[in-house]
Ligand binder design. Structure first.
Ligand code: EPU
Length: 433
């Protein structure tokens, strides 16, 4: 079992380089399934969700070649099967993109139901299914498998209105529609930066997709996509997590390789709390020396405040003066981490989608658990801010989405280490990073 041990109370100073966007990578890697030829994808983050997806592609018959640590050549032209029913599929949420990709390519797909972070509620895919059906597919969910078959062998264009602006449904329908006969028009789509990235990737390979980043996406079906190169955008949430870390721990961080426009929703809220942010072209300097002010915050689809930053912000707000209210506007519930923060001295009341946070001025180190990826990031921030030592279990969740988190934090002055504790002997500790 791996744990992080953090000795908190040290401000952060220095430079952090942001990696490629996880949620773009986990969509663009399955999207390579639609391409006839080699896709060179650059700026791929080294995280376990990516490793799992590349393994899934290999098992389907794709050739994956590592060019360097962040660049892969993916060639799916040899894939002959539409069945992705392996156990590993259930470990990762983004495996659902293989439904759209395989259905688009072969006119049929048989894919294990996705897994991924569990916020305490079932994560539905009804909007994905609605889109596939509108494009002429029969879809059945049975025995943990989603089977989709285009009635005429190939999907056709359709007008689809999403009941919720779902990131996953927007991308999945876009993937299925790339080769559909005619035009597919999706309304009330999500507008997250990684949706634009997926559309740009597909267009770079020869697709005809317009409107990504607005409320309506139009896809004119093409017959073929050819190989090419594409570099992923930087990770908005990784950058936001380091911004929150310096807001909480104090100090000054130069955060490099970002798109400042993507950060606006986060920057605005941190400034309201008294954090100083100076934007450059592809970097920002974030510093905090004085006390933090309370705020209210509601998570919403982009360009609203991202739900994937909610646990990290809640942690920082524990240190602000006064009472803050967070409203979770995307997921029914995403507050499993609150009990862990309470062990560290936080004062938070959860009432449905709202969390009421009384600023406590100081957190204290404790043994806590990462319940999911962003809850884990919140625990790390809490550990950095707290007086004393924090031990975090369940860091495998964190490593699904943050490249080199321990190394990046150590380089800016954090006292954090990753230790391997043998399952049956908690006494012996082996340092691994
Ligand atoms: N929803 C439906 N029906 C659907 C799909 C979604 O009702 O068919 C609802 C969900 O229950 C939720 C809302 O719509 O209430 C938004 O869900 P969405 O489909 O947008 O989420 P997702 O595609 O499953 C992605 C990210 C999540 C992020 C959400 C929201 C990936 C792999 N995951 O999930 O990221 O929280 O969008 O922005 O892109 C993370 O990175 O930590 C993470 C969980």
């Amino acid at each position: 079992m791996t744990k992080y041990i953090i000795k908190g109370g040290r401000p952060l100073y220095g430079t952090v380089e942001i990696s490629g966007a996880k949620n773009a990578a986990v969509a663009i890697i399955p999207a390579a399934m639609l391409v006839d030829g080699v896709c060179r994808i650059e700026n791929i983050p080294q995280i376990s969700d990516v490793t799992m997806l590349l393994n899934i592609l290999r098992r389907l018959g794709a050739r994956v070649r590592t060019v360097d640590r962040h660049t892969m050549d993916i060639d799916c032209s040899g894939v002959r099967t539409f069945k992705a029913d392996f156990d590993i599929m259930t470990k990762i949420r983004a495996s659902y993109y293989l439904i759209g990709a395989l259905l688009g390519r072969f006119g049929k797909a048989k894919v294990a139901m996705p897994g991924g972070c569990n916020f305490g509620a079932v994560r539905p895919i009804d909007q994905h299914v609605k889109g596939f059906i509108a494009m002429g597919a029969d879809v059945e969910v049975k025995n943990g498998l989603v089977s989709a078959t285009a009635r005429d062998g190939r999907l056709h264009g359709a007008d689809i209105y999403l009941d919720v602006a779902s990131v996953g449904a927007t991308i999945n329908i876009m993937l299925a529609a790339v080769f559909a006969r005619g035009v597919t028009r999706i309304e009330n789509v999500a507008r997250e930066p990684h949706i634009v990235d997926v559309a740009n990737f597909l267009n770079a390979m020869g697709a005809d997709i317009r409107g990504a980043g607005t409320n309506v996406i139009k896809i004119r079906g093409v017959d073929r996509l050819n190989g090419g190169s594409y570099a992923l955008i930087p990770d908005q949430i990784e950058a936001g997590t380091y911004m929150a870390a310096v807001a909480g721990a104090g100090g000054s961080l130069l955060i490099k390789n970002i798109i400042p426009k993507h950060m606006d929703c986060i920057t605005g809220k941190l400034e309201e709390m008294g954090v100083h942010v100076e934007e450059g072209e592809d970097e920002m300097l974030v510093s905090r020396s004085g006390s933090l002010r309370r705020i209210n915050l509601k998570t919403l689809p982009y360009p609203g405040f991202p739900t994937d930053m909610q646990p990290q912000m809640a942690t920082v707000l524990c240190l602000a003066r006064g009472t803050s209210v967070i409203t979770e506007g995307v997921w029914d519930t995403r507050y499993k981490y609150v009990d862990e923060l309470m062990k560290m001295g936080a004062s938070i009341t959860v009432d449905g989608r709202k969390a009421i946070i009384e600023g406590v001025g100081e957190l204290t180190g404790a043994n806590v658990k990462a319940w999911d990826l962003r809850a884990g990031a919140a625990m790390v921030i809490a550990g950095l801010c707290a007086q004393g030592t924090t031990e975090i279990e369940g860091v495998n969740y964190i490593e699904r989405g943050y490249e080199d988190l321990v190394e990046k934090l150590r380089a800016v002055g954090a006292d954090i280490e990753s230790v391997e504790i043998p399952e049956n002997d908690g006494a012996e500790i082996v340092k691994i990073g």
